[in-house]
Design a protein around this ligand. Structure first.
Ligand code: NAI
Length: 245
């Protein structure tokens, strides 16, 4: 019963992660929303309950490696393994290269890349055992093209691509796939804080001339989690209105 395979979505409380949680629930999956923010998680739980579904929530900081890996191990034990892992949680600490210090670099790498690596490692054993796994890293067009003012973020997002491609090569024969989605400009809390001139400039370079919605990313993730998407692995799918082509 593939739909019974547990799906974990990091950063699932709001924005793109939340849309992914709702999309996977709508497909009948059992879903865990993991996030550091207690209130949005609680709100998500209420929304899901009102819609007649249930979501498992785990409130934790994914940079707490011990907590992250023990939580995933417990979930795997309770649910007969992890079927789907969406590494979506991410932060920005944008600064120009000359102003960026080591802590700006370390904090972004730690949330965006190291935690994703640890979550994959913690999930992989049960995926291999069950001969089914769908790992999806939420990268960014910044990881594909680079982005001025985001050397730390772009490095973390390019790193997610390297991790996914390596995992794809290691465990492909076990029916475990690893892919990346690279969103372009998506309207969420992360992009809301950007200055208007930056938003105007971004729109100019998007062929479809509009920003994306979290649901645009969620639909692409859902496609890659399907049983019949097993021949797609090691890929980077840009969901960006044509921005990075
Ligand atoms: P968001 O800021 O709205 O959501 C990120 C979520 O991750 C939040 O719920 C946050 O609490 C959670 N999170 C952050 N640090 C955490 C930690 N240490 N432990 C647990 N949870 C943590 O951002 P948005 O826009 O929804 O982005 C989701 C992903 O998509 C991120 O990885 C982001 O880099 C990526 N992305 C977003 C784009 C956009 O235009 N919004 C463009 C390209 C990529």
């Amino acid at each position: 019963m593939s739909e019974k395979r547990l799906a974990i979505v990091t950063g699932g409380a709001r924005g793109i992660g939340r849309a992914i949680v709702l999309e996977l629930l709508g497909q009948g999956r059992e879903v865990v929303a993991m996030d550091i923010l207690p209130e949005p998680l609680e709100e998500l739980q209420n929304v899901v309950k009102e819609a007649g579904f249930t979501v498992i929530t785990k409130c934790l900081d994914i940079t707490d490696t011990e907590k992250l890996t023990s939580t995933i191990a417990e979930l795997a034990k309770e649910h007969g393994g992890i079927g789907i892992l969406v590494n979506n949680a991410g932060i920005t600490r944008d600064k120009l290269m000359m102003q960026m210090d080591a802590s700006d670099f370390d904090s972004v790498i730690s949330v965006n890349l190291k935690a994703a690596f640890m979550a994959i490692q913690a999930s992989l054993r049960s995926m291999i055992r069950n001969k089914f796994g769908r790992i999806i890293n939420i990268s960014s067009v910044a990881g594909v093209m680079g982005q001025a003012g985001s050397a730390n973020y772009s490095a973390s997002k390019a790193g997610l691509i390297g991790v996914a491609k390596s995992v794809a090569r290691e465990v492909g024969k076990k029916n475990v796939t690893a892919n990346c989605i690279a969103p372009g400009f998506i309207e969420t809390d992360m992009t809301k804080i950007l200055p208007q001139p930056v938003k105007d400039a971004a729109k100019q370079v998007i062929p479809v001339k509009r920003f994306g919605a979290p649901e645009d990313i969620a639909k692409a993730v859902a496609f890659l989690t399907r049983d019949d998407a097993g021949y797609i692995t090691g890929q980077v799918l840009c969901v960006d209105g044509g921005m990075a082509m």
